[in-house]
Ligand binder design. Structure first.
Ligand code: GDP
Length: 297
C-alpha cells in the first residue's frame, strides 16, 4: 500500500504525544525530529521537509496549544492541517473554458501512464461532467501508442482522432480541432508524445501544440513510484512548457509517498487526479485532506 512506512512512523510518533495532559517544548522538538526522519525516509523533498517541520513546530509551540486541555490532540491536528496544506489544501477541479471546446493536453515521459490516464480522463469527462470528448493521438513517434489509444477509444466508445505517424503533431491537433468543432465535441483531449528523457525537441513540440491549441489544462502525468524523479520531471515540464496540474499515477502501488507530498510545494501546481490502478475507472480526484487523514490514520 502507498504511504505504508510513512503512515506507520507518523502514527507511532503522534501516538506518543496524543495522550499527554501536558507537553513541553522538548516533547514537541523530539516529536518533530521523528517526523522529519519519517518524511525524509518517505523520499519527501528536503526543502519541503524543512519548511513543514518549521511551520508545524512554530504552531505547536504556540501558547494556545501548550496551555490547552488537550495539547497532544491539538498538535496532531496541526500536523494534519499542514500535511493537507502541503498537498495543496483544497481539491482542485478540472477547469473548463467558457468557449467550447475545452482543450486538455496530456504530457509526460514514456511509461508514466499518459495514454492510460487519457482514457481514464475521457471516462471521467463523460460520466462525471457529461461531456462528449474527442481523444487525439498526437504521438507520432510510436505507432504502438496510437494503436493503444485507438483500442482504448473503442473499449470506451470515445472517438479517437489519428492521422498516423507521417504528419506533424501540430497539424494533427489543428485538424482535430476542426473536427471537434464540426462534430460538437466539447472537450478535446490530446495525448502527446512521451520520451524516455526530457529533451529540447520534445519540449519545443509541446510548446508548438500549446501555442496552437491554447489548452485550458496541461496535465503532466507522472509515476508516483519514481519519487523525487517525478518532482524533478514536474519542475522541468513546468519550466519548459507550463503545466496547470499533475496526474499522479500508480498510487495503488507501494510508493513511499515522496512525490505526492512534494510536487505541490516544489512546483506550485496542484495534483488534480491520482491513478489507482490499470482499469479505466481507476482515476480519482485528489483530495489532500482525505490523503492526510489516510496517512495519519
Ligand atoms: P505512457 O507511455 O505514459 O502512455 O504509459 P501507459 O499509459 O502506456 O502506461 C504504462 C503502464 O502503466 C501500463 O502498463 C499501464 O497499465 C500502467 N499504469 C498506468 N496508470 C496506472 C495506475 O494508476 N496504476 C497502475 N498500477 N498501473 C498504471
Amino acid at each position: 500500500m502507498a504511504f505504508e512506512g510513512l503512515a506507520q512512523r507518523l502514527q507511532g510518533t503522534l501516538q506518543k504525544i496524543t495522550g499527554k495532559g501536558k507537553i513541553s517544548e522538548a516533547d514537541v522538538k523530539e516529536m518533530m525530529r521523528e517526523v522529519r526522519f519519517a518524511l525524509i525516509e518517505a523520499d519527501v523533498n528536503l526543502k519541503v521537509v524543512k519548511t513543514f517541520v518549521k511551520t508545524v513546530s512554530e504552531r505547536a509551540i504556540g501558547q494556545d496549544v501548550m496551555k490547552s486541555l488537550t495539547p497532544g490532540q491539538q498538535v496532531v491536528k496541526i500536523v494534519k492541517d499542514e500535511l493537507t496544506n502541503l498537498m495543496g489544501g483544497e481539491q482542485n477541479p478540472i477547469q473548463f473554458s467558457r468557449k467550447s471546446p475545452t482543450v486538455i493536453m496530456m504530457v509526460g515521459l514514456q511509461g508514466a501512464g499518459k495514454t492510460t490516464s487519457s482514457g481514464k480522463l475521457a471516462t471521467v469527462l463523460r460520466k462525471r461532467h457529461n461531456k462528449n470528448p474527442l481523444l487525439v493521438a498526437a504521438d507520432v513517434y510510436r505507432p504502438a501508442a496510437i494503436q493503444q489509444l485507438e483500442t482504448l477509444g473503442k473499449q470506451l466508445t470515445v472517438p479517437v482522432f489519428s492521422l498516423g505517424t507521417d504528419i506533424s503533431p501540430v497539424e494533427i491537433v489543428r485538424q482535430a480541432l476542426e473536427k471537434a468543432e464540426k462534430e460538437h465535441h466539447d472537450v478535446v483531449l490530446i495525448d502527446t508524445a512521451g520520451r524516455l528523457h526530457i529533451d529540447e525537441v520534445l519540449m519545443q513540440e509541446l510548446k508548438d501544440i500549446r501555442e496552437l491549441a491554447t489548452p485550458e489544462e496541461v496535465f503532466l502525468v507522472v509515476d508516483a513510484m519514481t519519487g523525487q524523479d517525478a518532482v524533478n520531471v514536474a519542475q522541468n515540464f513546468d519550466d519548459a512548457v507550463g503545466i496547470t496540474g499533475v496526474i499522479l499515477t500508480k498510487l495503488d502501488g507501494d510508493t513511499r509517498g515522496g512525490a505526492a507530498l512534494s510536487i505541490r510545494t516544489v512546483t506550485e501546481k496542484p495534483i488534480k487526479f491520482v491513478g489507482m490502478g490499470e482499469k479505466m475507472d481507476a482515476l480519482e480526484p485528489f483530495h489532500p485532506e482525505r490523503m492526510a487523514s489516510r496517512i495519519l490514520g
